[in-house]
Design a protein around this ligand. Structure first.
Ligand code: FES
Length: 151
């Protein structure tokens, strides 16, 4: 799957970012095998690529779930106990912050201010924003998504 991408950028100046972006487009994250293949075929340095991939937030080193749960831990949400939401979801999904469920349905992430502080504490799943949450409510929302996905 990587061949056309590598052919397009091989030998071009400043090709590292477009190669990493193209790999993200294909896999949704940057698999280790892809790094190795790109390095072998283009001569780009493996540790330079890792450096760039870990520096920019747009790149992911691990696979993500279909639904990315973003729990806001900005100041307003922090004060309104965002921690409780993250902990409730961690317990319900049996994953830690930053991880993905085995069925690849959910990834849990802590993020900075989502820009709707008056609704604190807030989480976002896809384009949908949920505000003034409790831990229990956030778990209920996730359970409903799981039910909807299984239908
Ligand atoms: S701090 Fe959470 S939305 Fe602003």
């Amino acid at each position: 799957m990587l061949e056309p991408l590598i052919l397009k950028y091989r030998g071009k100046k400043g090709n590292m970012i477009p190669l990493l972006q193209g790999t993200m487009d294909i896999y949704g994250y940057l698999p280790r095998k892809a790094f190795e293949k790109i390095s072998v075929e283009t001569g780009l340095n493996l540790s330079d690529m890792f450096g760039v991939a870990t520096f920019y937030a747009q790149f992911r080193l691990n696979p993500v779930g279909k639904n990315i749960i973003k729990v806001c831990h900005g100041t307003a949400c922090h004060v309104q106990n965002a921690k409780e939401i993250t902990e409730a979801i961690e317990e319900a999904l049996k994953i830690k912050d930053g991880e993905t469920t085995e069925d690849r349905l959910f990834t849990l992430e802590s993020v900075a201010c989502l820009g709707c502080c008056s609704l604190a504490p807030v989480m976002m799943i896809g384009e949908q924003t949920y505000g003034k949450l409790t831990g229990n409510e956030s778990v209920k929302i996730i359970k409903n998504i799981r039910i909807a996905e299984s239908n």
